[in-house]
Design a protein around this ligand. Sequence first.
Ligand code: MN
Length: 297
Amino acid sequence: MALEEYRRKRDFSKSPEPAGDPKAGATGGTRFFCVQKHLASHLHYDFRIEHRGVLLSWAVPKGPAVDPSVKRLAMHVEDHPIEYGTFEGVIPSGYGAGIVMLWDQGTWEPEAADVDAALKKGDLKIRLNGVKLKGSWALVRTRSAGERSWLLIKHRDEWAGPLDIAEFAPLSVKSGGDFADILAQDNPAIWQSHRPAQGGDAGAMFARIIERALALKAGHAPDAESAAAGPPTRGSAKTPAASAKGKAAVPRARKAGAPKARARTATGNTGPTGAASAKTRAAKGTTARSAKKSRAR
Ligand code: MN
């Protein structure tokens, strides 16, 4: 396992992602795992587990499901550096351009002694101890759809249930924020001319998120957006618009667990203007939607 493919795809002079040192992660002892929610050309969740000094990685288009009857497609992708596991931020351009949220993190342990043999066999049983994901899981390679295609499946235990965990707990375990908060910390204007996704669901999401991030940074986000759980945000000092007005980038107090956050996630409503433009873009994207089909990366 190595990081050649990971490095070949990226220009580290243009991306904030870590180049990575394979020696940084020692084997044995506690093993790290994380799930990064990644809005790029399409929304997907990157499931990563530490093994032999790198993060073995699968892109899960619909995200992990804690319902054992729901098997989620997980495309095996290139190994990532250990340091990548706590990365959250904005990839301005190039491979994976978009927003990365640290959606879950914790530790994992194998349920069988020989991880390499389990991977080779295509049937790895693991225990997760994350903030959101816990208990026994399986990664199973599917024979029909090629070598890179696996399924991520929750085993029946006390941590399983009919809950939609991605919808129930949509926010970052690192910053407490959503995609707009993460973008507002960085440069919300970065994709005004050229977005990572134009049409379809991802394009509509980007449109809403950019609009809200710009409003957050300017210090006048709609009240309806104030319900997302999260700690006070940093980085307001580098906001010319916000400091000019003497306001913090995200000045409002937020109420943890308020139902409005979920309502917004479900509807994508960003206030009258945002809702109207999102609808228009969604309508425009309808024809492109059928052609888009999942190409998670
Ligand atoms: Mn990704």
